[in-house]
Structures are given as structure tokens and as C-alpha cells.
Design a protein. Structure first.
Length: 164
């Protein structure tokens, strides 16, 4: 009985330390994240990345594909950005036979989290993509663009202020 009571007290005391982390928000600092791209090459989200575009489902991915079609396959490289997809929710057979071959045909890099563990703290990403704008891995803004034009504007660097 005493052991059970001690265990219960320990679990109650430890509960705040085992709670799930909050999704990244303005002010959060991302850790350095390593993920493979669609060709299996290791890629890194580090302090050189200016923005992360993230999706968890096909509808969000469609917004991203439309933005690339509109702006060109260099959209992410040109803007110091990376596109990350979480495919954990996709059945393995679909991922292997259809999704990954389709991703390999894309003319731009995308990072793939097939277990969902490295992107678990990324907010949103379902229905519309999430854009995290970063400054040395610190999140400076979070947006959920609903159109290709909004996505392009979200990841393009702000134009420098004109001086006279």
C-alpha cells in the first residue's frame, strides 16, 4: 500500500514534466533538425534557414505545389526556405507505392518526416500549410496561408525600406 501511494505521489509530481510540449509559436526556438529529403539525402534545418513551410496533408500540399507552379521550382532555395512534410498519417503502402515516387519527381527539395517525431511540435499543417519565419531558429512569425499567393508572400523576405 505504501509503495502504491508513493508511486501515485511521484506520478502526480512528475506529471508536469511529462506533459506534451506546446507547438512552436512566436518566440520559440527550434532545435537543429535533420531530416532526409525525398531522395534520402540528409538535410538540416539550422540557423541559416529563414523560413519553414510545413504540411501534414494533401490539401496543404496542394497549396504548396500551386505556389511552386506559380513562382518556379527555386521558390524555397531563392528565399532561404525549406519545405517539410509529415507523412506519418499516410498508410505505408500508399507512401511507398505512390507518395514517395511522386515526391521524387518534384523539381524542388522537400524534407520528409515519415515518423512524425521531428515535426510533432510544428503547429497546423493540415488543410493549409504552416509557415514559420525564423531568425537564427527563433520563430518571428507563424502564418497559415490559404492561397499560393499568400504562401509566396509569407516566405519572401521583406523588401528593404527605401531611403531618400
Amino acid at each position: 500500500m505504501r509503495t502504491a501511494l508513493s508511486l501515485a505521489l511521484f506520478l502526480v509530481a512528475a506529471a508536469p514534466t511529462v506533459a506534451l510540449a506546446e507547438p512552436y509559436a512566436v518566440g520559440s526556438v527550434l532545435p537543429r533538425i535533420e531530416l532526409p529529403d525525398q531522395h534520402g539525402e540528409a538535410r538540416v534545418i539550422d540557423d541559416t534557414v529563414r523560413a519553414v513551410v510545413f504540411s501534414r496533408d494533401m490539401k496543404a500540399g496542394d497549396v504548396v505545389k500551386a505556389a511552386v507552379a506559380k513562382s518556379g521550382p527555386e521558390l524555397f532555395d531563392r528565399n532561404g526556405s525549406v519545405y517539410v512534410v509529415d507523412v506519418k498519417g499516410m498508410p505505408a503502402i500508399i507512401r511507398t507505392l505512390f507518395a514517395m515516387p511522386a515526391m521524387r519527381r518534384r523539381p524542388y527539395k522537400l524534407l520528409v518526416d515519415d515518423e512524425g517525431t521531428k515535426t510533432v511540435d510544428f503547429p497546423g499543417g493540415a488543410t493549409y500549410p504552416t509557415v514559420l519565419v525564423l531568425d537564427k531558429l527563433r520563430v518571428t512569425s507563424v502564418s497559415y496561408p490559404t492561397t499560393p499567393e499568400e504562401l509566396i508572400l509569407a516566405i519572401e523576405p521583406a523588401a528593404p525600406a527605401a531611403t531618400k
